[in-house]
Design a protein around this ligand. Sequence first.
Ligand code: DAH
Length: 335
Amino acid sequence: MDLCEELRCLQEEGVARLQAAADEDALEEARIALLGRQGRFKALRDVFRAADADTKRVAGRLLAAADEALKAAWSGRQQELRGAGAEAGAIDITLPVAGHRRGSIHPISRIAADVEEVFTSMGFAIVDGPHVEEELFNFTRLNIPDDHPARDAQDTFWLDNGRLLRTHTSAVQARLYPSCSLPLRAVVVGKVFRYEEVDATHDNTFTQVEGFVVDAGITVAHMIGTIKTMINAVLRRDDVEVRLRPSFFPFVEPGFEVDVRCTAADAGRLGRWIELLGCGMIHPEVLRQGGIDPEQHQGFAFGMGLERLAMIRHGIADIRVFNGADLRALHQFGA
Ligand code: DAH
């Protein structure tokens, strides 16, 4: 093998060896063998120096190229190995672990679960309907006339396809009646939507629970007993005081609003009555439109916003907490 051949060979093999060095020790060993004072490069350079002028002219470039390639391969590999080492060193295994942040159950989900539990224990079915609802079920079949303000675009999110975002869970009553078998005991917990200015006590998206019972011989007394049982369970008490005031809702007759008296536990509102829900005996027209004969069957229904209840339960002053994304606030109520 002549000098030129040997130089090409040195460059090729040397670069490969340097690049393959597994760690810094192996790299140093290769460097010494190739570029050290007694290494292969030095030996060939000595041959080069002793060569004749013709050989030198050709081999000079190869010598310089081999020198440059070997040094570049060495320093490149050194950087790679040092970089990997630095990365490995950056993991300080003595540091405490970052820890997992434990999630918490949203206060509304928790109340919803409590409501569903108490109604399940009373033999109610848990039902639901769509958020995108038809005018027929949200309004018409609930005896809400065409000119009622609730149908106005000021209060309702209307969609381009003529449907709407349900404004109350009462819509599920209208959906269910035609296909239900009697007696019927059902409760629905779900989101409802109102085109409303958002402030501390109003949100455009909130949660309602709607309960309804249809059977022969149902009276207001059944309604009051059921509602009191629910409120006691949800406020975790056994002595809630409620009061009924006559009120108007198109889908019930008579209709009432139920107030509950706050106790010391209810965030400083001691003795005050606060309005909690609407209820009444299901309007005969609503039953009739749902294919139920009001002469044979009667019923009661009620609807309640869960945010209001959660605000009492946790002493929350601002409804925007629930749909806000401030986890510091929400975590407080999840325990
Ligand atoms: N749907 C009514 C609302 O959103 C609440 C309501 C009132 C529901 C009286 C009822 C009821 O079932 O009987 O304001």
